[in-house]
Design a protein around this ligand. Structure first.
Ligand code: HQG
Length: 179
């Protein structure tokens, strides 16, 4: 597949496996898995095309189970799933990239999950900046994960390295100076 075809199928998979499985007649199980054969049939793609997208995906968004018979998105869902990630101790600092226009709301209310299940945090500034840049000029916030952990807030980490938490209060956020 060409790089553009990989991106196109990846976006389609994200839509189906995170948000609208019903749009192609699929149902996810409680943990977000769906049978690979069912998915191939529903999307009209081959197993080798699917495996290529899973392997070449820039953020490793999709995971096959141990037998290769089921697939799910590793994070980012809006449909109700319990991904089952264990609580994990985060690094002392995490980062969140966002668009400048969201800053007033975020500084007033803290970070909220919006349509997704969890607030997504990045382990490094570069990743956070890239996340924020999807929506225009980015702003990066530093999250005092150490203080949140001390407050008893539970974090988990997705299979593709995104840190997940229910919310971040405004007092645990600092705006990083633009580079
Ligand atoms: C913002 C992509 C106003 C928040 C990325 C974000 C990520 C607030 C937007 C993953 C707010 C939600 C998730 C508040 C949060 N007031 N705005 N109180 N609290 N926001 O897309 O973190 O490519 O649901 O800053 O790389 O941007 O899809 O979350 O801008 O890992 O795999 O509300 O999606 O990954 O937007 O992105 P999103 P996100 P994929």
């Amino acid at each position: 597949m060409s790089p553009a075809d990989v991106v196109r199928l990846s976006k389609r998979l994200s839509f189906v496996l995170r948000h609208r499985p019903d749009s192609v007649g699929l149902t996810l199980d409680d943990a977000g898995w769906v049978g690979v054969d069912e998915l191939l049939g529903a999307l009209g793609v081959t197993r080798s095309q699917l495996e290529e997208v899973v392997a070449r995906n820039d953020k490793q968004r999709f995971a096959l189970d141990g037998t290769g018979s089921r697939i799910r998105a590793s994070q980012g869902h809006s449909v109700a799933v319990d991904l089952g990630y264990s609580p994990a101790e985060p690094p002392a600092e995490l980062f969140h990239g966002t668009a400048q226009r969201f800053l007033p709301g975020i500084l007033a209310e803290g970070l909220r999950p919006g349509a997704r299940h969890a607030v997504h945090l990045s382990p490094d500034v570069g990743t956070a900046r890239a996340v924020g840049a999807r929506r225009g000029p980015p702003v990066v916030l530093r999250v005092d994960a150490a203080a949140m952990g001390a407050d008893g807030v539970v974090f988990s980490r997705s299979a593709n390295g995104v840190w997940l938490v229910d919310a971040v209060p405004p007092g645990r956020l600092t705006v990083l100076a633009a580079r």
